[in-house]
Design a protein. Structure first.
Length: 347
């Protein structure tokens, strides 16, 4: 007869997973109460909630997202596909999405895409599918979703930020065109004959919309349209452009497509002995927190990134709950913030 050898007392024992019932017993509450706490339900508050959280930590309990999905039909997780965090708009929009998702009891799974191609986007969706998400927010800066050859996987609830989804996807965006029009009209109203423009990089939806609006306002006013300069959103690219513009005495007003490039312009004009706003007026776009500390404080177009993030979460969760929502575009208004970097032209 074969006998099972005795277990070495010093050998580690396989520990069974901690269950919701274990947490309930330790906290002195029902399993239903533990479930509500783990799902962020607002009905459990105060000391009861704290007792449950303490018991979870003590036992090392982690809610089973797969089991929860089977029971409730959702993972309570939103995937975010993001091409870059280097721009102010993307980082602040992501921050707002995380904040508002948490208020709704949802977690965020972030999938960065190094190269914005069709394969890159589809690969990101595949990874998100493996990680179990209920919906996806795509933060775009290029015309990837505009191409007829690009299709996203069927059955995935999607909201796109800062792009043109056409009739296929729900889009949330800042009103890029109106913000640029406010900036250019402000400079013309001050008496400048025309306005130079430092645009963002080619392929950027936001850069294109702002450049189109700049050109349109000048054309409507019957003013000459100067050659467009192009940067890459960085202060360094604004600085390089500013050095060239500083040599043109006809340049008395510049609209930069973002605040970082406007910062580079201010440095270049200062180095070339052209005062702002005495010789040249400068307007930016974004209204980053540091824009009030520029020398001089920067006139700029304010974007409400918090509202963009809120609408993204609201719309994608509406799709999850209603299953079918007609695609459309939601534009968040902009406003011009006038500071000390703009004034009437010299003379």
């Amino acid at each position: 007869m074969t006998r099972t050898p005795p277990q070495d007392p010093a050998a580690p024992r396989r520990r069974r997973g901690v269950s919701m019932a274990d947490v309930a017993r330790l906290a002195g509450v029902s399993a239903q109460t533990v479930s509500r706490v783990s799902n962020g339900h607002p009905s459990v508050v105060g000391t009861t909630r704290q007792h449950v959280l303490d018991a979870m930590r003590q036992l090392g309990y982690r809610p089973n997202s797969a089991a929860r999905a089977l029971k409730y039909g959702e993972f309570r997780t939103i995937g975010v596909i993001l091409f870059t965090l280097s721009t102010v708009g993307n980082s602040r929009t992501l921050e707002a999405i995380v904040e508002h998702a948490a208020e709704e009891g949802y977690a965020i799974t972030l999938i960065p895409v190094a190269v914005p191609t069709q394969d890159g986007v589809l690969g990101a969706f595949t990874r998100l599918g493996e990680l179990a998400v209920d919906a996806v927010i795509v933060i775009m800066e290029v015309h990837l979703l505009d191409a007829a050859t690009v299709t996203l996987p069927p059955g995935v609830q999607v909201v796109v930020v800062d792009s043109n989804g056409g009739d296929r996807y729900s889009v949330v965006d800042t009103d890029q065109g109106d913000g640029a029009r406010q900036a250019v009209r402000h400079l013309l109203d001050l008496g400048h004959r025309t306005v130079w423009h430092v645009a963002g990089p080619e392929g950027s939806f936001a850069a294109e919309r702002r450049a189109e609006a700049w050109r349109g306002v000048l054309a409507e006013a019957g003013r000459p349209v100067p050659p467009l300069s192009r940067g890459d959103w960085s202060a360094e690219s604004g600085y390089r452009t500013g050095l060239a513009l500083a040599d043109d005495p006809a340049c008395t007003a510049v609209f930069a497509a973002n605040d970082q490039m406007a910062l580079g312009l201010l440095r270049a004009f200062h180095e070339r002995g052209r005062t702002v706003p005495g010789d040249v007026s400068v307007v930016g776009f974004d209204d980053i927190p540091d824009s009030t500390s520029f020398i001089p404080p920067l006139t700029t177009v304010h974007q409400d990134f918090t509202e963009v993030g809120r609408r993204c979460v609201e719309q994608v969760l509406r799709q999850v709950r209603e299953q079918h929502v007609e695609p459309g575009t939601s534009l968040v208004p902009t406003r011009l913030v006038v500071r000390a970097s703009t004034a009437a032209p010299p003379g």
